[in-house]
Ligand binder design. Structure first.
Ligand SMILES: Nc1ncnc2c1ncn2[C@@H]1O[C@H](COP(=O)(O)OP(=O)(O)OP(=O)(O)O)[C@@H](O)[C@H]1O
Ligand SMILES: [Mg+2]
Ligand SMILES: [Mg+2]
Length: 702
């Protein structure tokens, strides 16, 4: 085909948007093209084969082999763009530019191209041109009648970057990118200069509008892709944002020193300060990018920047990092990472390697200079206030998905860590003053972090404590368990006296109402459901049963304080059994006690004494009060005592007597204990308490 054939190539073909004569037009999936205007019929060739029953509504039983479609060519891209460009929003739209620019950049990194031009024209067409080798145009051996260029543009997973022969370290790797751009463009024109000629082919929504045309002889080389995104996919009025394109083009130039990128944009497209013309060329690479990004900002140290190539095989790392005590504008820190010039906003293995290199280097320097606190630092402390750019070049990178938001090649991590180690060591030891400043800054971050965590834990503990205490508990004011006591008191009136009699700093009062469940016979569920017992557990700060932890105990001592009568003994017995069954550790560690309130008050004139029981009374009468005319009063219950009396006789740690509850030594004794505690006769239970109280009095605890 001669140059004269060219014009007809574009003029003769029907516009794909025109009405199609097809009988059963397949409307675009509304879910995919929400903003699309009235459904437009797709070009003839893009339509799937007619289904077996085209007009009948789908029946429940009609799901069969004929329901399973195989999408051909570029159809899947148009049907499910999300899989290829991450959606159909503005970000996805600009990803089209990234794909085309990536390909031009791959030519540059492979040292075949030096100049890339980007242009957005008044009508919204975007052009990307490079002076590389040009996409091959010769017939493809496996696709008879098609040029390599047509294959590249219309067949998914076709490309020259699979083997590593045509490109060493490329951003492209799937053979998908430019074909996806083609599929999602209302129109795309490719011009190639190579093999002594200029070549041209045009497409609409992924379909060639004609075969490749040899336009005219030319000595130039390179590729030009000019396209307009499809409004059916991206919505009516969707258009490239000049500012965004500008940023993307500029950041590419920072990533490869050997390229110049020229930017032009029609003035009528620009709504902000984006220039209509610019040239990007940065001989200092990322170091330039970092100083451009941080401007006049005050930093902890001058930037640490460098570039190292792997010896022997393809692979390189470049970085620039600095730290700011006041953050970088909207964030405390940032890390922008790239692999083979492709931006990876979600980070990945190269970022992990970068963080590891910094932490290890700083820790090693801390060891060298005997700064012990360097042991505290983590990657978080190093990175949180860092502004960093990191770029790697590796063979066969692995990304997550076609938009390549995250790098997953494991060797990228090793590469970065290895190649950064020596330069970092040198940088630190070369200027100790600067290194010490940085290390000190990072250690401060670590100490802040540890302090914040501690504060948070304390807050949390306080919050749960406040939240979960039962309402009827009168807590003591001391926050730690040390030296504190919880009095479990029988009934509200005794609770009232005890509240007045207590030392509020260390003594807490929990009145129990009503009958406590008979714990020996109750099921675990019933135990949990019992309000009095679950309040008790809450007050103690523990969970009864298998999840009990003695360290949770909010008090040093637990004191059961019941009336010195049969009912009181019963309640005490039930409580001891409860502790024995569901938190035996409290007894084993000797933290459960019984208060020993007096039964009698004996007085003769100014002289007065309290007697615990009948025997004690008789003993006092025979000694202290011998020959005196005495008055003997019997307390009916704790509630009857004046607060001062209760304090003096039972609660004041300086004057009272407590009996420590101890665990029986042998199995039989335990059996016997439970049997006696839970025995039918109240008398027997009462006896037990008295016996043990007496016995335990020897084990005084004040
Ligand atoms: N500007 C260009 N110059 C030279 N060859 C190109 C250019 N753009 C594309 N190609 C060729 O077309 C092939 C297909 O490109 P495409 O973007 O579809 O896939 P890829 O770059 O190989 O991988 P990816 O899907 O990851 O981008 C490339 O592998 C390359 O051989
Ligand atoms: Mg590509
Ligand atoms: Mg392809």
């Amino acid at each position: 085909m001669g140059p004269n054939a060219a014009p007809s190539l574009f003029d003769d073909l029907p516009e794909p948007q025109g009405p199609a004569p097809a009988a059963a037009p397949s409307a675009p999936d509304p879910a995919l093209t929400p903003q699309a205007a009235a459904p437009k019929p797709e070009p003839e060739a893009a339509r799937p084969a007619a289904p077996a029953t085209p007009s009948a509504p789908p029946l429940a039983g009609s799901y069969s082999a004929s329901s399973i479609e195989v999408l051909e060519g570029l159809e899947p891209v148009r049907k499910r763009p999300g899989m290829y460009i991450g959606g159909t929003d503005e970000r996805a739209l600009h990803h089209l530019f990234a794909e085309v620019l990536d390909n031009a950049m791959d030519e540059a990194v492979a040292r075949h191209a030096k100049l890339i031009t980007v242009d957005l024209d008044a009508e919204g067409w975007l052009s990307v041109k490079d002076d590389g080798r040009g996409i091959p145009v010769d017939p493809h051996p496996k696709h008879p009648g098609k040029s390599a260029l047509e294959v590249v543009m219309t067949v998914l997973h076709s490309g020259g970057k699979f083997s590593g022969k045509a490109y060493e370290t490329s951003g492209g790797l799937h053979g998908v990118g430019v074909s996806v751009v083609n599929a999602l463009s209302e129109r795309l024109d490719v011009t190639v200069w190579r093999d002594g000629h200029e070549w041209k082919q045009s497409f609409s929504r992924g379909l060639p509008l004609g075969p490749i045309a040899q336009v005219q002889p030319s000595k130039k080389k390179g590729t030009l892709i000019r396209f307009k995104p499809d409004e059916e996919i991206f919505g009516v009025g969707a258009a490239f944002k000049p500012a965004r394109l500008f940023r993307m083009a500029r950041s590419k130039a920072y990533l490869f020193r050997g390229v110049e990128i020229r930017w032009t944009c029609a003035a009528e497209r620009i709504t902000d300060h984006t220039p209509t013309e610019a040239v990007f060329h940065f001989p200092n690479g990322l170091a330039d990018a970092l100083s451009e990004r941080i401007g006049e900002l005050e930093t902890v140290t001058p930037a640490f920047a460098g570039r190292v190539e792997r010896k022997g095989e393809a692979g390189a790392v470049e970085w620039a990092v600095t730290w700011s005590p006041i953050g970088f504008g909207e964030a405390d820190g940032f890390v922008s990472s790239y692999c083979n010039t492709v931006s990876t906003p979600d980070g990945g293995t190269h970022e992990a390697g970068f963080r590891a290199a910094l932490v290890k280097g700083l820790k090693a320097y801390g060891e060298l200079t005997n700064e012990k606190r360097a042991g505290l630092i983590t990657a978080e402390d190093v990175i949180a206030n860092a502004g960093a750019l990191i770029s790697v070049f590796v063979r066969n990178p692995e990304f997550q998905g076609q938009t390549k938001d995250r790098l997953s090649s494991p060797d990228a991590q090793r590469l970065v860590e290895q190649l950064m180690r020596d330069p970092l060591d040198h940088w630190l030891t070369e200027s100790p003053k600067q290194a010490n400043t940085l290390l000190g800054f990072v250690i401060e971050r670590a100490e802040d972090r540890l302090k914040r965590r501690k504060d948070k834990e304390v807050q949390r503990a306080q919050a749960t404590r406040k939240l979960r205490l039962p309402g009827k508990l009168s807590d003591c004011s001391r926050q730690s368990a040390n030296g504190t006591e919880l009095f479990i008191v029988e009934g509200d009136s005794a609770g009232g006296s005890a509240k007045q009699a207590r030392d509020r700093t260390t003594q807490a009062i929990l009145p129990l109402r009503g009958k406590i469940l008979n714990v020996a016979s109750a099921t675990a569920d019933k135990l949990r459901a019992n309000i009095e017992l679950s309040d008790l557990a809450l007050a103690l700060g523990v969970q009864p049963g298998s999840r009990f932890n003695i360290d949770d105990l909010r008090y040093e001592r637990i004191v059961i304080m019941t009336d010195a009568d049969v009912d009181g003994a019963h309640i005490a017995a039930l409580l001891i059994t409860f502790f024995y069954r569901s938190m035996p550790e409290t007894i084993r560690q000797g933290r459960l006690f019984m208060a020993l309130p007096p039964l009698y008050r004996i007085s003769a004139g100014p002289l007065s004494e309290y007697a615990r029981d009948d025997a004690h009374r008789d003993e006092l009468l025979a000694t202290v009060f011998k020959g005196k005319k005495v008055e003997i009063g019997r307390f009916k219950g704790l509630g009857e005592m004046m607060a001062s009396q209760l304090k003096e006789t039972t609660m004041d740690p300086k004057k009272r007597t407590l009996a420590r509850v101890t665990v029986p030594a042998s199995e039989e004794e335990i059996e016997d204990l439970v049997e006696r505690l839970m025995g039918k006769k109240a008398e027997a239970r009462f006896q037990f308490i008295q016996d043990n109280a007496q016995f335990a009095v020897a084990d005084l605890d004040v």
